[in-house]
Each structure stands twice: as structure tokens, then as C-alpha cells.
Design a binder for this molecule. Sequence first.
Ligand SMILES: Cc1cc2nc3c(=O)[nH]c(=O)nc-3n(C[C@H](O)[C@H](O)[C@H](O)COP(=O)(O)OP(=O)(O)OC[C@H]3O[C@@H](n4cnc5c(N)ncnc54)[C@H](O)[C@@H]3O)c2cc1C
Length: 422
Amino acid sequence: MSAPQKTVAIIGGGPAGLMAAEVLSQSGIHVDVYDAMPSVGRKFLMAGKGGMNITHSEPLADFLPRYGSRREQIEPLLQTFSPFALREWIHGLGVETFVGTSGRVFPTDMKAAPLLRAWLHRLRENGVQFNMRHRWVGWDEAGALRFEVSNSDVGRVSTRHVGLKSDLQHHKPDAVILAMGGGSWPQLGSDGSWVAPLQQRGIDIAPLRPSNCGFDIAWSDHFRERFVGEPLKSVAASFGDAHKQGECLITEHGIEGGLIYALSAPLRDELESKGSATLHIDLLPDWSAQRVLTEVSHPRGSRSLSSHLQSRLGLKGVKANLLREALSAEQMNNASLLAATIKALPLKLIATRPLREAISSAGGVTFDSLDANLMIKKSPGIFCAGEMLDWEAPTGGYLLTACFASGRVAGLGALAWLKAQA
Ligand SMILES: Cc1cc2nc3c(=O)[nH]c(=O)nc-3n(C[C@H](O)[C@H](O)[C@H](O)COP(=O)(O)OP(=O)(O)OC[C@H]3O[C@@H](n4cnc5c(N)ncnc54)[C@H](O)[C@@H]3O)c2cc1C
């Protein structure tokens, strides 16, 4: 008689959980994916809205430092499933990719939906069972997983549960993969509600914090009324040693966008330790400081300072008004101070925007709690993957790449663990 088929529960149907489901289902394991939402991959689909940047084409030597202080922990994951392997895997789903001018990699049609559709089709063909509207809420005294099931799907998984109390189900699979994401954009499903049950089990969790996030600035009423929603284009931002060129957006509360996200980790850390952080914006990054000073100092005759700045330096609108936010009327007439401010306009950030608005989360299950296969040392047979692990990275495809890779490592780890138990 052959041994009964092993069952793995994967909680969270984002890229990390689905990648683990693929590895396991291809190896003859029965996989149940549980997700709190009515459908899987909602954040993945949202990431596809503005153009799905799935990975980056730069060499691994440049790629790895993007994970900052977690490089050491992420490196083995990317050795198992590299950015190149990820692209090949996407091609295997019938979706072509291209490398943008910045080196970022996108599906040819820039969208996430066709990729997700093809992937889910393949997973279903492999026998993966999707159990939607199943919110995992912790473990019962017997160590079974507890799910709150919202009514419309109750009963779909009735063959595998070991107990059913109205809308609460208990399941005891042979192994578990937790892939419930971080805490940003909770309306898409990942709300960080897994933190409490894991902490109750004694698992070390670094607090979830906003990453790739915006910041609050105390704009004057005048500036806010006129410039909310305005992009600030072709500028450079610097903080400490970090320096980036790009664009950002003036918001009601302050500032956000790609340029700001790129510097957000050190800015957030500074805010946490010192209460405020000062970002410097170069309004004319392609001009030398000397050229700016020469143009500012050029005699302006009877012309107003505004028309002088516009005609000699092309500064108007939001850029010109940012100068007025930083300098008094008297200071605006000091040519050397004005020129220096155009090249390094100080913006005092007073708070980090909340986690729910951030693109991603920092913090999560610490790597010290996990073994090399991403199994929780204190809970053999339970693995973790994706954004719920304690790492962060800038946008640019680095987030998804590490989520896919960690899902693969956790899936392979669960497979090896099940084999060792047999
Ligand atoms: C607007 C936006 C744009 C982005 N763009 C990009 C991009 O272009 N490139 C990039 O690399 N990254 C991007 N990201 C980040 C990327 O989408 C995430 O890092 C990635 O989706 C995380 O994958 P994950 O599998 O770890 O978790 P998630 O994708 O968050 O999936 C977790 C799943 O777990 C489920 N879940 C959570 N809690 C429970 C529970 N208690 N019970 C059951 N199920 C639960 C959720 O419903 C969800 O389906 C973007 C993020 C946002 C918000």
C-alpha cells in the first residue's frame, strides 16, 4: 500500500505563497492555499497597475546590496532562485519580458493579470486547492490551524478539516507555510494580523514599519492650497551619503513618490531616532553651483525676483514656491543664500506616513528565528516566506524578486522536511 499523500497548508496567496505552492504541488504534495480575501494575488495585481516591475536586470553584485543590512540573509535565497531564473520562469508561463532604460524588468504588456491568470491555471492543474475567505487566526490547543471562514465558501474544504464550529475551521496539515505579507495596503489582504499569534508562540518579530513610504511636511496653507498634487520633476534628493535623481509628488500631508521612496529607509530611521529629518532637494541638478550663483547674481534691473528666477534659471511654479517656503523675503534677496538653497533646499520631514499607505513593510519574522530553509526553529514543520520576513528593499523589482525566491526556498524546505519525516 502506498503512503497517504502529504498535505501542506499555505496561508497567503501572494507571490511568495503561490511560489511555494508550485514547488510542492509539482512534487506530488497536496497543497491547500488559504487566503482571507475572496481572490488571491491582490497586491500583486495592484503592483501591476502602474507597470509591473518584476525584477531588475543588473548583475547580482549590484542587486544584492539593495537589501542593505539583510543582504547576507537574502543572498542564499537569490542563489536558489535568481532574478535571471525568475525571468525564465515568467517566460515559461508564456509571458515575455523586456528591460526598460533603467534596467528594470517588466512583462511586455506591463501587466500582472495575464501572468497571474496563467500561473493560477497551472497551479490548479497541479491539483492546488484554493480556499478563499479563510482568515487564519492562530492555533488551537491541539496545535491545529484555526481559520475564520466567511460564509460563502464554508464547506468547500470539508474533506480536510478536523473540526468545524459554525464559521470556524480547524486544520492539521503535515506542514505549513506562512506567507501573509507585510502590513501595507491592508485593503488588499495583508494586514499584519499574523503578528500576535506568532508572538504568542514565542516567535521573534521585528515591529512592522513603513518602507518605501512618504513623509509629512508642515507646508504653509498657501503652498498646500496651490501645489497639492503637483509633481516635482527633474530634481535630486540627498540625505547623508544617499543621493538620487528623479521626481516626486507634493501631497496634502507632505511628499511622496519614487524619489522619496528611494531614500525612505534612512529617513524613517532618522525620524525614529531624532524626531525629525532634513532632506535636501537640488532644484537644478544639471547645473553647477557656480552657474546657479552666476545666474542668480545677474543684475535684474526693475524685474521682480520671480520673473528673474523664471527667465534666467527656468524656476517657476512649485519649484519657485518651494524656495519661498524655505526662505524669508529678506533671505530671498541674498544671492549667495538663494543660490545655495536652489542647489540644496532643506525640507524638514516631521513624520513618516503610516504603514497602511506605504508600498511595503520593514520588520517581520526575524531571520534568527528561522533556519536556512526558512523553517521556524521553535516550530518544526512551519515555514515563513515573503514580505512577512524581516527585510526591506527599495522599489525596482527587488521586493517581488525576494518574495518569489523566499517562497521557493520555503517550498523546497517543506519538501525536504516532509521527506525526512517519512
Ligand atoms: C501599490 C503597490 C505597488 C507595488 N509595486 C511593486 C513593483 O512594481 N515591484 C515590486 O517588486 N514590488 C511591488 N510592490 C510590493 C509587492 O507587491 C509585495 O512586496 C509582494 O506582493 C509581497 O508578496 P507576499 O507574497 O509576501 O505577500 P502579499 O502579496 O501581501 O500576499 C499575502 C496574502 O496573504 C493573505 N493574508 C494575509 N493575512 C492573512 C490571514 N490572516 N489569513 C489568510 N490569508 C491572509 C492576503 O490576503 C494576501 O493575499 C508593490 C506594492 C504595492 C502596495
